[in-house]
Each structure stands twice: as C-alpha cells, then as structure tokens.
Design a binder for this molecule. Structure first.
Ligand code: GLY
Length: 422
C-alpha cells in the first residue's frame, strides 16, 4: 500500500512513525514533512494547503490512502475533493469538519441533541458583548468562532480581561474573520480529558484517553499554547466512563452530523471537562490532537493502517478490538524562546540523536529544519520527546531524562508534565 500523510508537525511525524510499522505499507510520502519524518518517509515539497497539487500527486503516484493531519486543509474541503476524484482519504469533509471550524455550529449541534456542553451566547457586536459581560459571573470563557491555531480561547478571571478579549476579537479583529463571531461561555471546573475516536460516520471506536497541558508554564500558568505535553492513559477513565462518553457524546455527535447529510469519516476529538455532573464537551476537533497523538499512538499495538482503512472503507464495525501496550506514555514538548508569541527560530539543536538512543524514547519533530548549520529550530513547538514506561512515573522520568539531553538557545519546556498523578 502506498500512503500519503499530509502535514509536517509532531502529530504527522507520529502518524508516519506508526504507519511505517505496518507490514501492509510499501511506500510512505509526507507533504511537506519535516527532518524527522524524512528519516521514515519521502518528503514531498507541497504545502498542506495546496489541495490541487496534493490531488495531482496522489493521482500520479497511485496513492492508496491519504491521511490528513492538520485542520486547515479539512476546512478547505480536501476530503471532498479527493473523494470526488475517487481517491481514498482519511478525514472528514468540509461540512462535517465544521464541528471544529465553527464553534457556533458545534455548540448549536450539541445543544439541539442534548449533548452536555457549557452554556454559551454568541456575539458579533462588541457593545452587546461588553454589556453581557458586565452582568455575567466570572470566570468566563471567550472563544473565537473560527480556526485560530490554539489562540482563540481566553479564560478570563477579571472583567477587564474579559472585556479586553472581546474587544480584541470583535473590534480589533486580532484573529481576522475567525473572531468576528465570538462565543462567551460559562466556565466549568474539573479535570480535562482528550478523547480521540475513529468513526466512519456510523460506528465509533474511542482510543485511549489522554490529557494535554495547554498553558505555557508549570502549574498551568501563562497563555495557552497548542499543547506543551501530554500523557496516556488517564487513570480516572474506566470502562464505565468511556462508555458514557461514547454513548452520550461521541455517538450522538456522529449521528447528528450524519442526519445533516455530512457523515463524519476520520478522527473525532472531544476536549472534555469531567465535572461533578459528568463529562461536558469544551471543544471538538476534526483531526488527531497534538501532542495527544504522540502518547496515544505510542501505546497502540494494533496496526494503525487497519484502523484507518476501516474508517475509509466504512467498515469500522468489522475491525477486531484494538490492542494497547501495557504501561504509560508521556510527551514533553520542547518549545522555542518567545513561544507562544513570536518564536525565535534558526537556533541549532543538539542532542536529538543522544536522546533517541534511550530505550523506549521517540523524539518526534515538529518545528525543525535541516540547514547548513545542521538541525535548527523552525517554529514554536520544536520537538515532542515521548517515552514509554511500565507506569506513568517511569514514563515521565524517561521523558525528562531524554529531554535533558537536548539543547538549543532559548529552549523552554514544562517540568510538571504528568507530575500531579494520573
Ligand atoms: N492538543 C489540543 C489540540 O490538538 O487541539
């Protein structure tokens, strides 16, 4: 089988790493890929947003399966374009991807179908939003409707912060049209979970639960990022809770999208808060989470290609039960100085090979580039140092042992990933 993976971050490096282990796969291509991916796949210089060139490549190279990593091409309809051309692709069409690309669409759908989610109001007018905030209790969550690369959510604990956030989105248009419709959502407290599930639009198969760390600094301080680390599994998620999440959240979302005529085929991600009243959906994504993929796929024993193929063939009900490795996985993200603002790039990276020599350690590349100076930083999140262990403590110790072997100017990473227990 000839497989094309679209994207070039840590999630895609992990997908390529896992797909390359399948005996069914003869050739793997990645567009555009990164230097880590280049050790496992042929990287193709086509950007993830260039749908027409990707289509031509897939046709010319007789690609049997295309796997989409990031959300932007899904939002632009890459899956529809490929399916119309009778090419097999893993990922939802543009209409189904609205579950991620429009927070308002997702909120309305969940409300209509009784799926537990915090209450929220939608605004396009800054004066109305400010007035609503003056009469709303704090903290409050402000969300841009559209895609914002992890920068569209502010948890405001003061009225000043909340008002600044709506002014930024609705008046200053700091996120352009993504924020020109804004949601003001009730804040709910609890433990957060990331649940990723495969679905062919009918059957839903949840993967292991994981947790990610969104804030830049230890103890959940500082601004939100794309994700600074993750671990799996999550100890508090037993079979009963997973069944509840599948039956009360995932299956109803998938059924609702099918009833709208936009069946969802791909990976559905639910960001869930475990409240005293049960699981509540904070957000949905239309693709694998990053850095959750790094830990979940590291623990996957089953051939990933069988699962992806089951989705694409619309035969997920026929796949055998998924098998997982014993133990736990922890991922520590090494980020550039300046991130999540403007990252300092072009810094030489040392120690990746030494870190990767440790048993059960995978160093997944995200923002890296190969230059005449060697491997350098090329983005905010640079590397996802991922380790397996017999339990969370062992995986955590191994991940930090590996992370300490890697250096570059301005390096920053959290030191409390998985520290609070599981
Ligand atoms: N780690 C959160 C996300 O992938 O959106």
């Amino acid at each position: 089988m000839r497989v094309l993976v679209i994207g070039g971050g840590g999630r895609e490096h992990t997908l390529v790493w896992k797909i390359s282990q399948s005996p069914r796969v003869t050739d793997i291509f990645c567009a555009p890929g990164n230097p880590g991916i280049a050790t496992l796949a042929e990287c193709v210089p086509i950007q993830a947003g260039n749908i027409q060139d990707l289509l031509s490549f897939a046709r010319d190279q007789s690609i049997d399966l295309t796997v989409v990593g990031p959300e932007a091409p899904l939002a632009d309809g890459i899956a529809d374009t490929f399916r119309q051309a009778r090419l097999r692709i893993f990922g939802p069409g543009r209409m189904a991807a609205r579950i991620e690309t429009s927070k308002v669409f997702a909120k309305d759908l969940m409300r209509r179908h009784g799926i537990p989610t915090p209450s929220a109001e939608t605004f396009t007018d800054v004066v109305r939003a400010q007035e609503y905030l003056r009469n709303h209790r704090l903290p409050v969550v402000i969300k841009a409707d559209g895609l914002a690369q992890g920068k569209g959510v502010v948890v405001a604990t003061t009225l000043d912060e909340a008002q600044q956030a709506v002014t930024d989105l609705l008046e200053q248009k700091v996120l352009g049209t993504s924020g020109s419709t804004t949601i003001i959502e009730e804040f709910v407290a609890g433990d957060e979970l990331s649940i990723m599930a495969l679905t062919d639009g009918n059957t839903v198969v949840p993967l292991l639960a994981s947790r990610d760390y969104k804030r830049i600094f230890d103890n959940d301080q500082g601004p939100n990022t794309g994700g600074m680390g993750s671990f799996a599994p999550v100890g508090s998620v037993d079979t009963a809770l997973m069944n509840r999440i599948a039956n009360e959240i995932l299956q109803p979302i998938v059924d609702a999208l099918s009833s709208l005529g936009s069946p969802y085929r791909g990976l559905l991600y639910a960001g869930i808060m475990l409240t005293p009243d049960g699981p509540n959906v904070l957000e949905c994504n239309a693709r694998f989470g990053d850095p959750e993929t790094q830990v979940v796929l590291s623990l996957l024993k089953t051939d990933l290609v069988d699962l992806l193929d089951g989705v694409v063939a619309h035969q997920l009900d026929t796949i055998p039960t998924i098998e997982w490795h014993e133990g736990a996985a922890v991922c520590v993200v090494l980020a550039s100085g300046g991130y999540p603002g403007r990252p300092e790039v072009g810094k030489t990276i040392h120690g990746v090979e030494e870190a990767g020599k440790l048993d059960d350690v995978m160093v997944f590349h995200a923002g890296t580039a190969m230059t005449d100076k060697g491997l350098t930083t090329a983005g905010g999140r640079v590397l996802g140092v991922t380790a397996l262990g017999s339990d969370h403590k062992a995986a955590c110790a191994k991940a930090y042992e590996a992370a300490e072997r890697i250096t570059f100017d301005g390096i920053q990473y959290r030191t409390d990933i998985c520290a609070e227990g599981v």
